[in-house]
Write a protein that binds this ligand. Structure first.
Ligand SMILES: CC(C)(COP(=O)(O)OP(=O)(O)OC[C@H]1O[C@@H](n2cnc3c(N)ncnc32)[C@H](O)[C@@H]1OP(=O)(O)O)[C@@H](O)C(=O)NCCC(=O)NCCS
Length: 228
């Protein structure tokens, strides 16, 4: 991996500034606290067009340990440090391949409870991307990023591995959200189903009659106008 290539992509994609040592270490697969950094890159004609960096972090002493239920038995969580794809290669599913690679990597560790990441709150493309890839919104963290002396909140997204799960109160919330969303989808689909047949048909029929009436009425008016 080329240090300069990675640096220019990070500078283009992310508002956060990374130190030079971040790039030097990343090229040598060294991550946070000198831990092993998992990297996956996609190249086209020997040029990097997409990358992801992720690292197993111990669950204890982790400020995001709240994402896993304390009774779950998980010992680690897999953190996505950065992920990105060159703009001209976006919407071709390349980043979905990268995220799939990270999930696969997480699954090799039976003590890893989840893959997770932070995303700045206004990055709608990334939010949609993670949701499409079945990551779940977990919480919002105020003032997580400081960029040019401005504070921005982060959203934490999580993908549970193996049979690990969120703490009980979150699990109940997730299940309620899921039930509601399924309920809304069923209602929406039912409405879609009956719309073209009965409802529109009835309205169509009524509209025809109104049109005909109007038609007759106009003729009447025409006559009146002619009479005058
Ligand atoms: C977010 C990002 C990684 C997505 O990469 P990508 O290669 O385009 O992703 P994919 O092609 O795998 O997209 C899969 C899905 O993500 C969603 N998505 C991706 N970009 C989107 C956009 N601009 N608007 C809305 N949805 C988007 C869509 O649901 C898309 O599926 P679709 O194309 O069938 O609609 C890319 O835009 C990027 O590199 N952004 C800059 C870096 C960044 O923000 N990284 C994440 C920081 S946490």
């Amino acid at each position: 991996m080329d240090h300069q290539e990675l640096k220019s992509m990070h500078e283009e994609f992310f508002p956060v500034k990374y130190s030079d040592s971040f790039y030097t270490d990343s090229c040598r697969k060294i991550g946070i606290h000198k831990g092993f950094l998992h990297t996956c890159i996609i190249e086209v004609d020997n040029v990097i067009v997409g990358f992801v960096f992720a690292q197993f972090l111990p669950l204890h002493d982790n400020e995001d340990s709240c994402i896993i239920g304390s009774d779950s038995g998980a010992k680690e969580i897999l953190y996505i440090l950065t992920l990105g794809c060159k703009s001209e290669y976006r919407r071709f599913g390349l980043s979905s391949i990268l995220i799939g690679n990270v999930i696969e990597y997480g699954n090799t560790n039976k003590y890893c409870g989840a893959v997770y990441l932070h995303v700045i709150h206004y990055n709608q493309a990334a939010i949609k991307f993670y949701e499409k890839n079945n990551f779940r919104y977990f919480q919002s963290i105020d003032n997580f990023y400081t960029i040019s002396n401005m504070h921005y909140k982060a959203y934490l997204y999580v993908y549970y591995l193996h049979d690990y799960h969120a703490p009980l109160h979150k699990t109940i919330l997730f299940q309620t959200q899921q039930t509601l969303s399924i309920g809304f989808k069923i209602i929406y689909n039912l409405l879609e189903l009956i719309r073209p047949t009965s409802i529109l048909h009835i309205f169509g029929f009524t509209a025809n009659r109104v049109t005909n009436n109007d038609h007759n009425h106009n003729h009447k008016n025409d006559k009146i106008v002619q009479n005058v």
